[in-house]
Every structure is written in structure tokens, then in C-alpha cells.
Ligand binder design. Structure first.
Ligand SMILES: [Zn+2]
Length: 389
């Protein structure tokens, strides 16, 4: 056996962010004992977003975080996109409370009820949410859903390590995989270079093209749709998951693709969230991450390529995971294939273009968009969903 063969047996996956995959869960009798203790503690009811954050801390998806942020980390992240220890980090992960907890340990209750964890109180501090909005969301307008959310949470925050004895019920049990699980799956398949794709929308031909362009250069694709809390007008997660399933079944090689749910709540923080999404995917074992146009944006708060440019604010290789930037893509009738302005010289009247509004209108009327825009199987799922809504 050659040295190369021997080496192939070892994990060549990218290291988790900060070097170690965090696990803040306890199980068995330890979990039972902690649950019993938690029942006697003052408790804080988490929002849906905070519940998702807690669960991602527990699983290591937010490594190196071990709890909700204290003031030093919060300030370093808001002001300079790094944790206090210098590790890059893009979004505050905080727990708000109505009043300062009395004891040094509190119980955390999930948004659907039921105690999940304890938090050892390190610090209670007052955050300047307007400053956070300006720096993280690039706007202080309450019309921005992410900003509205932090304003609603309020400024009193509690920081400290969490220990989770009960994981919340996943939104999609059959698509639930923790970072340790995706890493094991990648290793089992012999993948080293893996590209992650984040989406909260149905996948049309343009996304398929981008994913496959990326897949041409790596070993595997992690299709990682966000199934956490989103704005009310996004396509429901169960419909989206059905779209991914029919697409993968018919058009993707099973041994090169893994579909799993990303349990995060959307913040719509645009560029900052793109970096955060990349860091999370690194924890799931991805070496590459696709960043599209207006990634994690909302309305017209961010420039089309802001989510690309923000990666330049980090030193080369500081994030380790490699962002892959893609432009708007479309089918060009003259080229006879999918393309972007980078690869097609023809004016836009040669391109198959449909606005989001137009597509929704067609699907709502039971009409199939052109096959150059959407796979028939995907369109069928969406038409059916509109019919039932
Ligand atoms: Zn063309």
C-alpha cells in the first residue's frame, strides 16, 4: 500500500471553524439529571430563531461557539467581524431576556415549549441594537425583517455556555444531519472537496447550472436548504424540499450529491449572513461554498454583489472555506445552453428571462414555465402547491 493510499484512509476534510467541532449536548443519565435540575431553575422562553441558534451551538454547526455571546464577543463581531479571540465571525448569536436572571444558571425553554438546556450565566449586558443594525444589517430601518427581529428582542442580553439535554424536534427529521453526520457521510463517500449550496427557494435551471458548474471542480455537492424560520412569503419549506427531491432523483448523480436540511433561521443580513453561512458550512465539512447574487438579501438593502465583496475584508485563507462566486445565469437561445454574462456574448433578448412575479403568476394559473427555466418535475410540484394554497 502506498503512502497516498494510507493517507486516503485519514480524514482530509476541512477542519471545523476554530479547529474543533463543538458538542454541547449531554445524553443518557447525565441528560436526565440535568433536565431534572433545569425544572427547578428560573427559565427563559426562546424565540424560534434563538431555539435554532441553541440547537446549532449544541451540534457544533456554530463552532467554535459554546454558548450565547458575551459582551466582548458581541462587540468584536458587530464592530469587526471577528470573535474576541480573533477568529472570524460575522453575525451576533445572542440571547435576549426581559430582566437580568437572578441565579448563575438558567433553564432554556424552546419556542414550542419544553425545557431543552441550561445556560451558565457569564454576563448580563445591554446591547446597542441600533448600532448592531447599522453595522450588521447596514440599515436601522424597522422595515427590514432582521432588524425588526433584533429590535423586538430588546437590548438586554445574557451570555454564557449552554448545555443541551434535549434537542428540539427537527423540522425535517428525514433530512436532519448534524455536522458530525455530514462529515461522516462525506468521508464514507471518499469526498475531500465538497461544495455547499444554500437556498431558501425552489431550485430552477439557473441554480442547477451553478451547482453543477461547482460540482465539476470538486468531489461532492451538499444541497443544504434552509428550513428554519423565514419570512411568511417565502415558499413553504415542505414544498421546497419536495422540489429538491424530484430534481435530485431525476437529474443529479446520487453518489455525488447529499441533500440535508440547514436548521438556521434567516436574518436577511445579506453580505454578513453570506459569510456566516459559509462558516457554518465549513463546520458541516464543506471546503467550498457557493455565494450567488444578493445572497441572504431582502428588498433592496444590499447591492447585487455585496455578498461577494465582503469576503475581501478577510485575509486570504483566513476563513479557510473557499467561496465560489456566481453571477446571474440564464438559458441563451443562441448559445443553446445555460450561461451568464461571463460566458455568453449575446444581448438579453436572446436569453430566456422570467421575473419572479411572472413565474409565480404562471404557476398560480397552472401553466408550466419553459423547460429552459424550470424542470417540468419541479414546476409540477409548485403548481400542485399553488393549487392547494
Ligand atoms: Zn449566448
Amino acid at each position: 500500500m502506498s503512502a497516498a493510499d494510507t493517507a486516503r484512509g485519514a480524514s482530509h476534510l476541512i477542519d471545523p471553524h476554530g479547529g474543533v467541532l463543538i458538542d454541547r449536548t449531554v445524553s443518557g443519565s447525565e441528560a436526565a439529571a440535568l433536565a431534572e435540575q433545569a425544572a427547578g431553575l428560573p427559565s427563559v422562553r426562546l424565540t424560534e430563531k434563538q431555539t435554532a441558534d441553541l440547537d446549532m451551538i449544541a451540534s457544533g454547526a456554530l463552532s467554535p461557539l459554546t454558548g450565547f455571546m458575551n459582551q466582548a464577543d458581541y462587540t468584536a463581531v458587530v464592530e469587526g467581524m471577528h470573535l474576541d479571540n480573533g477568529v472570524p465571525w460575522a453575525l451576533p448569536v445572542t440571547l435576549s431576556v426581559e430582566s437580568a436572571p437572578a441565579g448563575d444558571r438558567i433553564a432554556l425553554e424552546g419556542f414550542e415549549g419544553g425545557l431543552l438546556a441550561v445556560l451558565d450565566v457569564e454576563e448580563v449586558f445591554e446591547a446597542d441594537r441600533e448600532n448592531e443594525a447599522a453595522k450588521v444589517y447596514r440599515t436601522t430601518e424597522e422595515a427590514h425583517p432582521g432588524v425588526a427581529q433584533i429590535y423586538a428582542e430588546g437590548g438586554l442580553l445574557v451570555g454564557g455556555k449552554v448545555t443541551v439535554f434535549q434537542r428540539p424536534e427537527p423540522a425535517f427529521p428525514k433530512l436532519h444531519m448534524d455536522p458530525a453526520d455530514t462529515r461522516a457521510a462525506f468521508e464514507e463517500r471518499g469526498w475531500t472537496r465538497v461544495v455547499g449550496f444554500q437556498t431558501r427557494n425552489p431550485v430552477h435551471r439557473a441554480h442547477e447550472y451553478i451547482q453543477k458548474c461547482a460540482l465539476e471542480t470538486v468531489d461532492g455537492l451538499l444541497l443544504h436548504p434552509l428550513v428554519g424560520k423565514t419570512k411568511g412569503d417565502d415558499v413553504p419549506a415542505e414544498v421546497r424540499v419536495q422540489c429538491y427531491e424530484v430534481l435530485l432523483e431525476n437529474y443529479y448523480p446520487a453518489d455525488r450529491t447529499l441533500l440535508s436540511a440547514f436548521p438556521a433561521a434567516m436574518r436577511y443580513a445579506g453580505p454578513r449572513e453570506a459569510v456566516w453561512h459559509a462558516i457554518c458550512r465549513k463546520n458541516y465539512g464543506c471546503s467550498h461554498f457557493i455565494v450567488g447574487r444578493d445572497h441572504a438579501g431582502v428588498g433592496s438593502y444590499y447591492g447585487t454583489y455585496d455578498a461577494h465583496h465582503i469576503f475581501d475584508e478577510f485575509e486570504p485563507h483566513e476563513l479557510d472555506i473557499e467561496p465560489m462566486f456566481f453571477d446571474h445565469t440564464f438559458f441563451c437561445r443562441t448559445c443553446g445552453n445555460m450561461a451568464s454574462n461571463k460566458t455568453c456574448p449575446h444581448p438579453s433578448d436572446h436569453h430566456v428571462f422570467l421575473s419572479g412575479t411572472k413565474v409565480r403568476e404562471m404557476l398560480g394559473n397552472g401553466e408550466m414555465p419553459p423547460p429552459e427555466f424550470s424542470r417540468a418535475e419541479v414546476a409540477q410540484v409548485l403548481i400542485e402547491a399553488y393549487r392547494q394554497s
